[in-house]
Design a binder for this molecule. Structure first.
Ligand SMILES: Cc1cc2nc3c(=O)[nH]c(=O)nc-3n(C[C@H](O)[C@H](O)[C@H](O)COP(=O)(O)OP(=O)(O)OC[C@H]3O[C@@H](n4cnc5c(N)ncnc54)[C@H](O)[C@@H]3O)c2cc1C
Length: 630
């Protein structure tokens, strides 16, 4: 095996990659500083204040998403039971304080104004250095031009929108039809040899790229012959892909569905598909992007519904190979939606922003949190306590290493369910348990800015799955010209290659929640260098033969890690059927005094439109009138 050295992989090269010093122990010490010394101004991770004139986080590269400095305070609270006493009262009093400035928190601000008037005074608090929650944008600046990329939330599944969400989008000028027309991007499925599979030397003994090879398409014997697993494994695949069967012909539809809901997809492939173990392993990270979990956590029914192969064993024809996923997208994912919302709520931040220029509009972060604005958005502020008071609510948060307190008539918790019991220790046991039922799904999105697409074009590929690697897949991110940004498919300059998926949990993590927690722990333990080495190894092995030089052709790397990614959705193998109104998310989101709960967790569904619907519900559940100040 020819394992390359760090030097050969170009690890020492000067690329745009670091803003923060790695090292969670240093950061954690800083996070705990308020307890030790409330006057200590040091912030975990050394983030500059959002008021600094040059403050513009989308251009930061290196470790983003859950970036150093964003999570240490919450972890100290939730994992180590840190006490945060003696907060300084800022003297600020609002109509509403919202915890979390993701899509749901921002939508909650919108609906609050709709319900209580545009003059309502609102404060949003968020632990990150940028707004948007998962909907973040990565900007790369090269040779005077900007390349946009998504840092988290990708797209709009508009066909699932409720009327509430349709109205919301119309208010912000989001025209799905027009967006669709300005998109050629199809998740890298359109190049002549895409999608392809790549097998790497350290996992499979050989570096091999197999064009037009996707496990969900009907593979030919010639394609299967190239897959570097055992002879028996290849034979089992050939038989599986050639079969046309109706295994459960004697059973009714409901019985078949029940059977498929009780067996894991890998077991289905073993027992009914006749695949050998090494053939089954090819499928293990196929769903890292779509579901964020291993296929072993999916039932056969869920996997087949999502297009994984097998329905040809149930009397159905092979599905059409053309993947039509007709989403609407901006060139920074749903970060442009967030920008539209921020510009609407705090016009001074981006006075010239319109739906037509939103991807390019200049945002001045100095104006996010200014006295005199009815809506204020405070970044780098982690809430550690939310309590009901006689006149409303009080929120305690850590900002710049200092413990501060604000009050309001109303509160909306638009943060993760699992953190809420730590913020609100007086919640009932039932509600706390329900909130903690939801364990978020870790996700990973690493943007690698490459000099050009020549090597990919030469190979005729723009999306590749790699079952042996840390990220399960990459796709080229080009061909989206919405929000004023232009990036044609044939663009021959720098472009982002998106390494996408989740992290495989340890093998001994059996139940789903152990898998999610194991995956999260691994994700947080990996350093930027680990990701950089991984990306360089993959690009060297995969694209090197087509002329890609990892020493010269990688211009920047931004790792967007999301240890708390998708909301938990109920799964066939792991969750019972809950009676209406009794599902954990329904119990979890019940109003609590003058506080209500938003976030996509509250809908147990990981979508932007769900985050908006939940914000609407949370605002409508707030106690009625604008009660007078005490
Ligand atoms: C990588 C990735 C890709 C995705 N792709 C899609 C997609 O294509 N389409 C789609 O519809 N959905 C997608 N999603 C799902 C996404 O979660 C939702 O669409 C939506 O962005 C969720 O918004 P939210 O406001 O509910 O939650 P979040 O975005 O999680 O926002 C909550 C905010 O609250 C903050 N917070 C938490 N605790 C505290 C605290 N104690 N103090 C202060 N702030 C706190 C969080 O850090 C966060 O900033 C994706 C998610 C990820 C991670």
């Amino acid at each position: 095996m020819t394992q390359k050295s760090d030097r050969q992989l170009g690890m020492g090269r000067a690329i745009s990659r670091r803003d923060f010093v790695q090292g969670s122990s240093v950061a954690l010490a800083a996070a705990l500083a308020p307890r030790l010394d409330a006057a200590n101004p040091g912030t975990a991770g050394g983030v500059a204040g959002a008021q600094a004139p040059a403050y513009y986080p989308p251009t930061r590269t290196g470790m983003r998403g859950s970036h150093p400095g964003s999570y240490e305070v919450a972890h100290a609270l939730a994992r180590q039971g840190a006490q945060f006493d003696d907060a300084t009262d800022t003297g600020e009093h609002y109509d509403l304080v919202i915890v979390g400035a993701g899509i749901s928190g921002l939508a909650a601000a919108h609906y609050y104004r709709q319900r209580f008037g545009d003059d309502a005074r609102i404060l949003l608090l968020d632990n990150h250095d940028d707004f948007g929650g998962h909907a973040k944008r990565n900007e790369f600046h090269q040779g005077g031009s900007m390349v946009l990329a998504l840092g988290g939330t990708h797209n709009l599944e508009w066909w699932q929108f409720s009327e509430t969400v349709q109205d919301f989008m119309a208010t912000y000028g989001v025209d799905i039809e027009a967006m669709r027309q300005k998109m050629e991007f199809n998740y890298g499925e359109d190049a002549p040899n895409s999608p392809a599979m790549w097998f790497d030397e350290s996992s499979y003994g050989v570096n091999r790229l197999i064009p037009r090879c996707h496990l969900s398409h009907q593979l030919t014997p010639e394609t299967i012959d190239q897959i570097p697993i055992s002879e028996a494994g290849r034979e089992s695949l050939k038989t599986f892909y050639a079969r046309q069967d109706n295994l459960f012909a004697g059973l009714g539809k409901a019985d078949v569905e029940a059977l498929l809901a009780e067996i894991s997809y890998p077991d289905f492939l073993r027992q009914y598909g006749g695949l050998t173990e090494d053939a089954v392993q090819l499928f293990h990270n196929m769903e890292h992007g779509s579901w964020g979990i291993e296929t072993r956590a999916l039932s056969a029914g869920e996997a087949l519904w999502d297009g994984n192969p097998g329905i040809h064993l149930l009397g159905e024809p092979w599905p059409d190979e053309e993947r039509n996923y007709p989403v609407a997208m901006w060139p920074d994912g749903n970060a442009s939606l967030v920008r539209l919302m921020v510009a609407g709520l705090i016009p001074k931040v981006a006075p010239d922003a319109t739906p037509d220029n939103i991807a390019l509009a200049r945002f001045n972060y100095e104006h996010l949190d200014q006295t005199g604005h009815s809506v204020r958005l405070r970044l780098n502020a982690t809430v550690v306590n939310a309590e009901n008071t006689e006149t409303g609510v009080a929120m305690t948060y850590v900002e710049d290493g200092q413990l501060k307190r604000v009050t309001a008539r109303h509160g909306v918790l638009a943060c993760y369910h699992s953190v809420i019991p730590h913020l609100c220790p007086t919640l009932s046991d039932r509600q706390r348990e329900a909130l903690q039922y939801q364990v978020k799904i870790p996700l990973l999105l690493t943007n690698v800015l490459i000099r050009n697409t020549q090597a990919l074009d030469k190979l005729g590929i723009d999306a590749v799955n790699f079952p042996g690697r840390l990220h399960g897949r990459f796709f080229l991110f080009r061909g989206i010209s919405t929000g004023g940004y232009q990036h044609a498919m044939e663009n021959d300059g720098p472009v982002s290659l998106v390494f996408w998926g989740s992290i495989s949990p340890p093998e001994d993590a059996i139940d789903l929640k152990s898998q999610l927690r194991g995956s999260r722990q691994k994700l947080l333990q990996l350093t930027f260098e680990d990701f950089e080495r991984e990306v360089r190894t993959v690009l060297d092995g995969l694209l090197g033969p087509a002329g890609f030089d990892v020493n010269e052709d990688i211009l920047a790397i931004t790792v967007n890690r999301w240890p708390h990614g998708y909301s938990y959705e109920y799964m066939d193998l792991w969750d019972p059927d809950f009676a209406e109104g009794e599902a954990p998310h329904e119990i979890a989101r019940r109003p609590f005094g003058a506080m209500t709960i938003a976030n996509s967790d509250a809908g147990a569904s990981a979508y932007t439109h769900v985050a908006i619907d939940q914000a609407w519900r949370a605002i409508s559940e707030l106690p009625d009138a604008r009660v007078p100040d005490a």
